[in-house]
Design a protein around this ligand. Structure first.
Ligand SMILES: *Cc1c(COP(=O)(O)O)cnc(C)c1O
Length: 233
């Protein structure tokens, strides 16, 4: 039951950790059910799917004659974002957690300049053993934070990442420690890099299988999907 699991997570997680319910591949009705259990922040990883759900919510509002229905819902984008899909995502999200390249950062900044929106983002950092996982390496992160380029329409709010896909707890802990170090690297640039604002302290790490470890190791945002909504369909 979605409601029971959300209540359990809210009891379990420290007050400093925000729960993002990852609703990708699950229908709008599941989001409504979670919302009714008090869940406000939802994570989506595909532009088309996010847009379909945003539009579905508009339809439901119209059907119910309640323009404010679920008005405090927060959409987080957590998947790979192509620069040609920005207009499907940026108008609707409160946080893009998955900025994985300078090129994407520049594109979001440019979109923001044209459309008059400052977008909050996290820098996705690669620490896991898998080759395929995208994100900034440590060197790329340092290079970005040392550069004089100013992205005035983007607010870098922290770091996002994921651990290696494994049951080996020491490996998971080592990956989370690396993400914590990246967050510290970012924090150290407050007041030095034009792109790092005060309060730049978010650390998004922890999913269904490893969130207790992540919460213990300093995560401020956990992204939990299958534990809440079941296997993805
Ligand atoms: C799918 C996804 C999650 C949620 O994963 P679960 O194992 O279902 O909790 C978290 N973060 C990202 C980036 C994802 O793509």
């Amino acid at each position: 039951m979605i409601k029971e699991i959300i209540s359990k997570l809210n009891r379990e997680l420290p007050a400093t950790v925000k729960l993002v319910a990852v609703s990708k591949f699950h229908p709008f009705e599941s989001i409504e059910e979670a919302y009714q259990a008090g869940q406000k922040a939802f994570g989506e990883s595909r532009p088309q799917e996010l847009l379909a759900k945003v539009k579905r919510l508009d339809e439901v509002r119209a059907e119910r004659g309640e323009p404010d229905y679920m008005s405090d819902i927060e959409w987080h984008f957590i998947g790979h974002l192509q620069t040609n899909k920005l207009k499907m995502v940026l108008p609707y999200v409160s946080l893009v957690q998955s900025v994985d390249s300078v090129r994407l950062l520049e594109a979001i900044d440019h979109w923001g300049a044209v459309n008059g929106k400052v977008t909050d983002v996290l820098l996705e950092c690669h620490v896991a053993a898998e080759e395929s996982k995208q994100g900034f390496s440590e060197e790329e992160l340092i290079e970005l934070l040392s550069s004089d380029a100013h992205y005035a329409n983007v607010r870098i709010c922290g770091i996002m990442g994921m651990a290696t896909f494994t049951d080996d707890e020491p490996v998971i802990r080592a990956d989370f420690k690396r993400l914590l170090d990246r967050q510290q690297t970012l924090h150290d640039r407050i007041g030095k890099s034009p792109n790092v604002a005060a309060g730049c302290n978010e650390l998004s790490m922890g999913m269904s299988d490893d969130y207790p470890i992540a919460a213990e190791m300093g995560s401020t945002i956990v992204r939990i999907g299958s534990m809440i909504f079941g296997e993805r369909i």
